[in-house]
Design a binder for this molecule. Structure first.
Ligand code: UN1
Length: 511
């Protein structure tokens, strides 16, 4: 197979980007962990992996940093996060580009990911003056009862390749204002973006001054073993892990075993219900973005389209056409909407699911590999639509690839049952103009997911809401609303200023 002279190469550009953001070239050469670009399959850098001992030492430094950091007033801690947001604004283009090179996202999604980091920094800065506790009525005269939120300690953040930097920021921006330190284990498929973010953080910390203790952010690079070291370490009271349900099944019990707290954001198998009254133009666009965007590699990706019989023929053939004409290619090229799958494993899993779907009676449109001649080491695919006879076989599982299963329904209650009839419970949506259907969907008898939308797809959440889901998605919440509470510990304080000692519940104990 000949690779043309004009074949895109990203390694040199990557190193330039990294140097601009403050990573030394020496840190990108001579290591044992290969950072590759899914866009071409080429090696971008060889970086150093951390050993178990180095991981343990990093946790120790973070623990020491926490002991200092917790003493700063929260609004002052917010200032560090504000400065981090400034660095991210300055380097938005560079970091966005790096996300495109390392994770294969199209340009606007790479930039969007950095914007999401900026947004959460702004949110956290405001939050740094709003870590409110309650004052609670007490039954005893001359007493006051209140609750205080204190920092928890070291927060371990385990993130996935598909949102290599935004997910870290949802956790870290909150953790920092909450008075915690952070040890970050990025996916071994996206080590470079983590190094760049660490360098930007160091710049913000230098501007902040001596109040930012060394070790407030530690990044550990490598595979499963060091992840386990982090998960098992008693000095890490909170583990926030984003990834597959399989990973969460291991992390959750291990953290619980030592009575740590975990925030789990795991797999999704997200559906949309298309009802008879749906605006089909809007539905088509909403479905296209949430099912094909990021090449189907968001945990919020739309994977099941539960379509009413009466609109099936008006929508599905149009959707199949849109799927066939969408521009697939190098994600940084103008006009590209679909970049590559992350690696060969992802491609093999996609093909396995498509075979299983066929065996279960599905009709597959698309799904084949493309651009293999130009880029034999990259895995570009035509996104697939699969018409299914029902919710069977691979439809019940998350496959991290652009496969949209289409299922028919006739009765709205059945549609909700199909929507809820899978293990995962992350995100969901309904396309309808019928107020009764819309309200039912978001009500107690509607969607069982952590995110339930009306007339938008299940993906593309903003940071202001709490992000996460139920059932096999793990139950954790990150980002907005009151998700910050998971990064702090609560103390209930009862203060007696009466001079007497009345006991609660009228108990008498006179000695
Ligand atoms: C993820 O896929 O891991 O809702 C997170 C969205 C994004 C976050 C997705 N804001 O698509």
């Amino acid at each position: 197979m000949t690779v043309g002279l004009d074949t895109v190469k990203f390694a040199e550009e990557t190193i330039e980007l990294m140097e601009r953001m403050g990573v030394a070239r020496a840190a990108l050469e001579g290591g044992t962990l290969a950072a590759t670009s899914p866009n071409t399959g080429e090696t971008l850098a060889m970086i150093k992996e951390d050993s178990v001992e180095e991981t343990s030492a990093a946790i120790g430094r973070a623990h020491d940093a926490f002991k200092e950091w917790r003493k700063l007033p929260a609004p002052r801690r917010g200032e560090l996060v504000r400065l981090l947001g400034e660095e991210l604004r300055t380097y938005k283009d560079d970091l966005g580009k790096l996300v495109s090179l390392e994770a294969g996202k199209i340009t606007s999604e790479g930039l969007g990911e950095v914007q999401e980091m900026i947004d959460i920094c702004d949110f956290a800065v405001g939050l740094s003056r709003q870590l409110y506790g309650l004052t609670i009525a007490t039954e005893r005269p001359g007493h006051r009862m209140m609750e205080t939120w204190h920092p928890s300690g070291v927060v371990g953040v385990i993130s996935a390749f598909n949102f290599p930097v935004a997910v870290w920021s949802w956790n870290a921006a909150l953790a920092f204002v909450c008075g915690d330190s952070v040890v970050w284990k990025p996916s071994e498929k996206s080590p470079l973006t983590a190094m760049a973010v660490q360098a930007l953080y160091e710049r913000a910390a230098a501007k902040f001054g001596d109040d930012a203790p060394k070790g407030l952010l530690e990044v550990i690079q490598g595979g499963r073993e060091i992840g386990e070291t982090l998960v098992d370490d008693k000095r890490v009271p909170v583990i926030s892990a984003t990834g597959s349900t399989r990973m969460g099944r291991q992390v959750g019990p291990r953290v619980a075993q030592r009575f740590g707290k975990s925030i789990l954001e795991l797999g999704g198998n997200n559906a949309a219900i298309v009802t008879p009254s749906a605006d089909l133009d809007l539905t088509l666009r909403g479905v296209a973005f949430s099912a094909m965007g990021t090449c189907g590699q968001r945990c919020t990706t739309l994977r099941r389209l539960i379509t009413h019989d009466s609109v099936y023929d008006a929508l599905i053939p149009r959707l199949i056409k849109a799927y066939a004409s969408v521009k697939i290619g190098i994600p940084t090229e103008e006009g590209t909407l679909i970049g590559p799958l992350i690696d060969k494993d992802a491609f093999d899993n996609m093909q396995k699911s498509l075979e299983a779907a066929k065996a279960a009676g599905g009709t597959v449109h698309g799904g084949q590999r493309v651009m293999a001649d130009e880029y034999p080491d990259a895995y570009y695919v035509q996104p697939a639509i699969v018409e299914m006879p029902g919710q069977v076989g691979p439809v019940l599982e998350e496959t991290f690839a652009p496969i949209l299963y289409v299922i028919r329904y006739t009765d709205f209650d059945d549609a909700i049952e199909i929507q809820n009839g899978v293990g995962a419970g992350l995100s969901s949506s309904v396309f309808t103009k019928d107020m009764g259907e819309a309200e039912t969907f978001v009500s107690v008898v509607g969607s069982d997911c952590g995110i339930a939308n009306v007339n938008i797809g299940p993906s593309g959440a903003e940071i202001g809401g709490a992000f996460g889901g139920e059932k096999e998605t793990g139950g954790g919440r990150e980002a907005g609303s009151d998700a910050w509470k998971a990064y702090m510990r609560r103390a209930t304080n009862t203060i007696n200023y009466s001079g007497a000692l009345p006991l609660a519940q009228g108990v008498k104990f006179d000695v």
